[in-house]
Design a binder for this molecule. Structure first.
Ligand code: TRP
Length: 324
């Protein structure tokens, strides 16, 4: 019996922070041994909000940092295939074909897209950003992913993927497994400022790669409780991020952090390791995706359409040859 396939991943926007760890990485570390695991570096998704040349120029470096972070967090490189999305153009082919299986109003109801547009300072929704969940469906379906562990804000994208997979199978025959969402078992982590979800762009994050001194400085500077002006005034727990972090990290947190730092140092000592992993993973995934796209085109009758045209062209050429 073959093991189920898992796909998950991130946009290469920078180093991963504790919010990513709590929201999804910890879950992946736990799950990746149970499945045949693919990790996407979703740079095409990054383009939906950051498409300046400077952003794109950072993809290679960020990809390496991100994979290093994931390995340092405990993912076994022998049990995971990492790949760079934009290096597999066939993903775009599948995206094009899937776009007709979902409506604009359905996508407009996906809450994360409006948040992303707002956070990126966009007044109007870019077409590519509206299509973000469809591209994500292409990612998941192009490797025939069966389980997708993601954080809360991605749950709706996986739901769109499930709808697209069902719709495709209904129209053209059973090609895709309908993937299952594995939700993170922890709520999203509040930032060090206590006001919002941890995110690098809000400047309220602690990176997984931060050294001990930086973590200490950030923790000491954390927003705590504005009403507690003296130690003898009783504090409140609500809205105090220090308590939120305690709840999430307190059991053996020092051990986890020390282990991750040690692993990071080992990975960084072999500088070519991560790049080699990404290249091997991308080649391997591309083979898979090519096969899937061919299967999709066959199921839809598109290969047949061109064959017909070619046969007609061939016949008319022979007729022309015969008459000269
Ligand atoms: N949307 C994910 C994010 O928030 C990245 C991503 C792209 C992804 N394609 C995926 C996650 C496929 C899981 C499966 O960064």
């Amino acid at each position: 019996m073959s093991v189920a396939r898992m796909l998950t991943g991130d946009r290469p926007t920078g180093r991963l922070h504790l919010g990513h760890y709590v929201g999804s990485i910890a879950n992946r570390v736990k799950l990746h041994r149970r499945y045949e695991s693919f990790f996407i570096i979703a740079d095409l998704h990054m383009l939906t909000t950051r498409n300046r040349r400077e952003d794109v120029d950072q993809v290679a470096g960020n990809a390496r940092e991100m994979v290093t972070d994931i390995l340092a967090a405990g993912v076994d490189p022998g049990r995971a295939t990492f790949y760079l999305q934009s290096a597999i153009p066939e993903v775009g082919d599948l995206n094009t074909l899937l776009q007709n299986l979902v409506t604009v109003p359905r996508l407009e109801r996906v809450p994360s897209l409006k948040d992303m547009a707002r956070d990126a300072g966009k007044e109007e929704m870019p077409y590519g950003l509206l299509g973000y969940p469809v591209l994500q469906a292409a990612d998941i379906l192009c490797v025939k992913g069966e389980v997708v562990p993601v954080g809360r804000d991605n749950a709706a994208h996986v739901e769109v993927t499930r709808e697209i997979a069902r719709r495709f199978n209904h129209l053209y025959g059973p090609v895709f497994p309908v993937p299952e969402l594995i939700p993170a078992d922890t709520p999203s982590l509040v930032g060090t400022d206590g006001t919002a979800k941890m995110s690098k762009s809000r400047g309220n994050s602690i990176a997984l790669s931060d050294d001990a001194a930086t973590v200490r400085r950030k923790v000491l500077g954390m927003y705590t409780d504005p009403n507690r002006v003296r130690a003898d005034v009783p504090g409140t727990v609500e809205g105090n991020p220090v308590f939120a972090y305690h709840e999430v990290f307190n059991p053996d947190r020092d051990e986890v952090a020390d282990l991750a730092r040690q692993r990071r140092a080992e990975i960084e000592a072999d500088r070519g390791l991560v790049d080699r992993l990404i290249v091997e993973g991308t080649e391997r995934t591309r083979q898979e995706v090519r096969q899937t796209v061919l299967e999709v085109r066959r199921a839809m009758g598109l290969t047949g359409a061109y064959q017909q045209v070619r046969r007609r062209a061939e016949r008319s050429r022979r007729r022309a040859d015969a008459s000269t």
